[in-house]
Every structure is written in structure tokens, then in C-alpha cells.
Design a binder for this molecule. Structure first.
Ligand SMILES: C[S@@+](CC[C@H](N)C(=O)[O-])C[C@H]1O[C@@H](n2cnc3c(N)ncnc32)[C@H](O)[C@@H]1O
Length: 277
């Protein structure tokens, strides 16, 4: 039998496992995706077939394999200054509103992927600061979290290839915020890197240890989850936000029917959600 064959029952067990582990819901027709994402792990974990890989994954003792499988099943698509409006709104609305704080503005990028989102936030803060001297009196502290350890390593490295650099960065920002490190790669400059710290976090777990934030970015990840899981996550975001704090969702995501703890603000362009007081 083909070593990438999976019985329907194995696929169903795997789907349940994945949803329990990280919230990602796989439709009936995503067997091809599972095959293509998991096949590379067969050699790494020394198993002869996908069926064996899946059955090993279902064993609670296989922690390393489980983490690698979840990592492989995540979609990490991202780019610099994605959708633009959230970063414009930081500069035109949110930073000015929080400018009197006697502590740093705290921002959380809750599915940071390879780092483009949290570093774009840091670059926006730096641009705001240089235009509006004293505009961010106590600075900005950004926390980036993700479930994927591979992505977190990329975030911490802060070094990007020419393909990643070509997506969403203007020439000016490329020059100002990166130093060339050879082979077409470039690294985010230290003052920007220093504004961001990274840690592992599964959005299905508790966020209490992260503390409170003024702004949360949770973009382009809730789309993979069920409505129940989305509601729970948004309820936890409300707990994690300071009064009047803001939540950004992805451009195609909405809070409709999920929570009444936020007020929707239309900002033209873009929508943000403000925690009700
Ligand atoms: C499509 S990327 C979005 C990146 C960025 N927010 C953006 O909009 O460009 C989705 C990210 O969510 C992460 N993710 C998926 N499930 C997660 C979970 N349960 N907890 C934390 N992060 C998760 C993935 O690893 C991936 O890096």
C-alpha cells in the first residue's frame, strides 16, 4: 500500500486531535493538505508511513512529534504592513490617544507568524516617534506570540530573505529598518528588535501570565477556528485588555455574533474593536 495512504477513520481521528490541540478545524476535503504537510515529517521521525505517523501523533507521550505536527499544520502566510490601515491607525489614532500614559504602551501580536506583524508595529512606533517628537513618552513594548516554534525562531532571528523582504516593504523602510547580511538576506535593525519580545503561546490556553495590553492584534488566525473557540478567545482578549483597549482582527474577519464586550469602530479605512468600559 502507498505509504501516504490514510483511512477515513484515521483522517477523522487526526482532525479531532488537531482541533483539540490548537483549534484548527479541517474540513472533510483537506486530506490532501494533511498529506502534503505531514509527509516531510516521516523521515524526521523515522516512520515508514503516514498512517504510522498519525497513530504515533495520537499518543500523548509523543510530545515532540505532536508539537512538530501542529507546527506543520499551521498556515504562516504573512507580510509587512499587511492591509496597511492598522499601522496607519496606530499612528493617527491610537498612539495619540495613549500619549499621556506614564508607562510604555503595551501591544500584543497574538499570532505573530514569522515576525512581520510585530516588527511592522515597532516600525510604525518608530516612525511616529520621529515625526511627533515626544509623542510616545514612555515608548512601546510589543509582545509577539505564536504556537509554531519554527515561526518563533524566525521571529527571534529577525533575518529575512529577498522574497519576504519584497512583500509589503517600501524602499524607504527597507533602507531605514534593515541591515544587509549577505546572500540577499537582511536583518531588522537593533532599535526595532529591542522593542519586541517573543514567547510561545497557544491561543487555546490561558493568557493570564502575559499581563494586560492596550492593543491586541489577532489577525488572520481566527478564521481557522470554530465559532465556539473564537468566542472563548475573544472573551479572553477582553480580559487581557486595559479599559478602552483596542483589538484588531484580520480584514476579512468579524466579531459578529461572537462577543458583546467590544464596540465596533468604523475608521475608514478599516474596523477596530474597542473594549467597552
Ligand atoms: C496566517 S498567520 C497570520 C500572521 C499575522 N497575524 C498576519 O496577519 O499576517 C497565522 C498564524 O497563527 C498561528 N496559529 C495557529 N493556531 C494557533 C494557536 N492555536 N495559537 C497561537 N497561534 C496559532 C500560526 O502558527 C500562524 O503563524
Amino acid at each position: 500500500m502507498e505509504n501516504k495512504h490514510l483511512e477515513q477513520s484515521e483522517y477523522d481521528q487526526f482532525r479531532t486531535f488537531l482541533e483539540q490541540q490548537c483549534g484548527i478545524v479541517l474540513g472533510d476535503n483537506k486530506l490532501y493538505l494533511v498529506k502534503s504537510r505531514l509527509a516531510p515529517l516521516m523521515a524526521r521521525f523515522n516512520v515508514a508511513s503516514l498512517s504510522q505517523l498519525v497513530s504515533k501523533t495520537l499518543s500523548p507521550h509523543e510530545r515532540q512529534l505532536r508539537a512538530a505536527v501542529v507546527d506543520a499544520m499551521t498556515t504562516n502566510e504573512t507580510l509587512w504592513f499587511r492591509d496597511q490601515y492598522p499601522f496607519e491607525l496606530l499612528k493617527t489614532k491610537i498612539f495619540p490617544e495613549f500619549s499621556d500614559l506614564r508607562r510604555p504602551i503595551k501591544i500584543w501580536s497574538a499570532a505573530s507568524s514569522s515576525g512581520q506583524e510585530p516588527y511592522s508595529i515597532a516600525m510604525s512606533a518608530s516612525e511616529h516617534q520621529s515625526k511627533q517628537l515626544g509623542g510616545l513618552k514612555m515608548g512601546v513594548q510589543i509582545t509577539g506570540t505564536d504556537i509554531s516554534n519554527t515561526m518563533l525562531d524566525m521571529c527571534k532571528n529577525a533575518e529575512y530573505d529577498s522574497l519576504a523582504l519584497a512583500r509589503g516593504l517600501s524602499v524607504e523602510r527597507r533602507q531605514k529598518f534593515f541591515t544587509d547580511s549577505g546572500n540577499g538576506m537582511a536583518k531588522v535593525v537593533e532599535p526595532i528588535r529591542k522593542m519586541v519580545s517573543f514567547r510561545h503561546l497557544n491561543l487555546l490556553d490561558s493568557y493570564a501570565l502575559l499581563g494586560k495590553f492596550d492593543v491586541i492584534f489577532c489577525r488572520n488566525v481566527l478564521i481557522y477556528f470554530s465559532p465556539e473557540v473564537k468566542s472563548k478567545i475573544i472573551a479572553q482578549f477582553a480580559q487581557s485588555l486595559n479599559p478602552k483597549g483596542y483589538l484588531f482582527l484580520g480584514a476579512s474577519e468579524s466579531m459578529a455574533g461572537l462577543s458583546n464586550e467590544f464596540e465596533m469602530l468604523r475608521c475608514n479605512p478599516g474596523i477596530i474593536y474597542q473594549k467597552k468600559t
